[in-house]
Design a protein around this ligand. Structure first.
Ligand SMILES: [Zn+2]
Ligand SMILES: [Zn+2]
Length: 188
């Protein structure tokens, strides 16, 4: 899920919880957002650049390298580590819960996206809607999304072949060079 969607959901949840748990809501909020830095750190380490806009454009490509999808802060090992730390120091429990909530939201989001994309491919007969190609490179591209919070409507997705998909992302980047359309985790 996009970083901005996570920020919106986490902020709403923290605001709701604040009257009951006080500052602990802020700790959970921070952890649920900072968990996404693993992506940026991957970019910095591999591309040797610090530019956050370049990082978002990198992850916005139609086919970022699969290695870039390794998310160590999202891994079961990191979550288990957070749980162990919280068991030792109760003050850290909200941070562990914030991380777990973030990963749970990601899992829900990915499954809804996959279902909508599969339905779009069936609707389009697995044929690229740009050039008509019908081969194994055809995948569902996210044509549009609301500014805030995702939509899983099938109409938001379209079947495109590999080259047309890459071209669609390039066009999107050129039209909106600073628009932070998509970040990894919700790609395609
Ligand atoms: Zn095509
Ligand atoms: Zn796409």
């Amino acid at each position: 899920m996009r970083v901005r969607d996570h920020i919106a959901l986490s902020t709403a949840a923290a605001a709701l919880l604040y009257p009951f748990v006080g500052k602990r809501a802020a700790l959970a909020w921070g952890a649920s957002i900072l968990i996404d830095v693993d992506h940026y750190l991957w970019f910095v380490a591999n591309e040797r650049r610090l530019d956050p806009v370049a990082a978002l454009q990198f992850f916005n490509a139609a086919h970022p390298p699969p290695a870039s999808n390794v998310r160590w802060l999202h891994s079961p090992v990191a979550l288990a580590g957070a749980a162990v730390a919280a068991a030792k120091r109760r003050a850290l429990l909200p941070a562990a819960l914030g991380m777990a909530a973030h990963v749970a939201v990601d899992i829900y989001h990915d499954s809804r996206m996959k279902r909508a994309q599969a339905a779009a491919l069936v609707r389009d007969g697995y044929r690229c809607q740009e050039c008509g190609a019908k081969d194994e490179t055809v995948t569902a591209h996210t044509r549009s999304q609301p500014v805030l919070l995702p939509s899983y409507k099938v109409g938001n997705f379209v079947a495109l072949c590999g080259p047309c998909h890459a071209a669609a992302h390039q066009l999107d980047t050129r039209r909106h060079p600073r628009r932070l359309t998509r970040v990894a985790g919700s790609r395609a």
